[in-house]
Design a protein around this ligand. Structure first.
Ligand SMILES: [Zn+2]
Length: 268
């Protein structure tokens, strides 16, 4: 009964989402897709790395600290979405991250367990920030999302990664920890359109590029997810596209981002 209710809530959230992207996104060509398919098929199975709760929080904080200034600047430049984000780390070991109303962003422990480096963790966070700054999370979803993840267990004593109200702050404050408790209950399984997912990846590429992170290292995580989704191990399957298409789209986006020196694509 409970499950049916959650499903109903999710589909309502999906219907409520506005399905478009803010920007014109590059189109994929078949040869890039074929290359990505071959690459993913040849990849070994992803492995979890053993990390302590403290390490998970430290990696999340560090990755966030590196992208936060550029992400904030990009958000103000676009001026369409939420630029005031609240982060929480969830104990959930599945390969997923999610966003909720009012700038809420949750990253599962599983992301850090599977990531090979901090650039990959930063890409996942930047992707979720991308949903927020492109205003993919519409306010109408607030009530539907609340409660959809009731029972989500926060990592650590309180689980908040940081409040990061100031772009350069990297402190976990007791206020942030308080906020974390609220966010865990507020984040739902909001579904986005394929186009919005591609836009979030594109914006992640812009954020990483402007932050001086390694786009090629970050790309490895999309391969890991594509591989995991093939093996049906990925929680990302529920809320994010994770196949070779996503890898190919990332390559195309990175090409454009490098050529434009980190500029945004044209608006629709
Ligand atoms: Zn997404």
């Amino acid at each position: 009964m409970f499950h049916r209710k959650v499903l109903a809530l999710s589909s309502l959230a999906a219907l409520g989402a506005c399905s478009g992207a803010v920007h014109q996104l590059p189109t994929l060509d078949q040869s890039q897709l074929s290359l990505a398919q071959t690459e993913v098929a040849a990849e070994t199975s992803p492995q979890r790395h053993a990390v302590s709760d403290d390490e998970v929080l430290a990696i999340l904080k560090s990755a966030l600290g590196r992208i936060r200034p550029s992400a904030g600047q990009l958000c103000r430049e676009m001026a369409v979405g939420t630029c005031d984000w609240r982060f929480v780390a969830l104990k959930d070991r599945s390969l997923n991250a999610s966003v909720g109303p009012d700038g809420a962003i949750a990253v599962n422990r599983g992301i850090v367990e599977y990531a090979d480096n901090e650039d990959q963790v930063a890409m996942v966070i930047a992707h979720e920030i991308g949903h927020q700054i492109a205003n993919h999370v519409v306010t109408g979803q607030r009530n539907r999302a609340v409660g959809a993840l009731i029972g989500a267990v926060l990592l650590g004593a309180a689980g908040a990664v940081a409040s990061y109200r100031s772009p350069y702050a990297a402190e976990v404050t007791s206020t942030a920890m308080q906020a974390g408790g609220d966010i865990g209950g507020a984040i739902g399984r909001i579904s986005f359109s394929k186009e919005q997912e591609r836009e979030a990846d594109y914006l992640a590429a812009v954020i990483l590029y402007r932050s001086g992170l390694d786009l090629d290292k970050a790309r490895g995580f999309l391969v890991i997810m594509a591989r995991a989704s093939g093996r049906k191990e990925s929680g990302m399957l529920d809320t994010h596209p994770a196949g070779p298409e996503r890898v190919a789209a990332w390559d195309k986006a990175v090409e454009e981002v490098r050529a434009s020196n980190g500029a945004l694509p044209k608006r629709k």
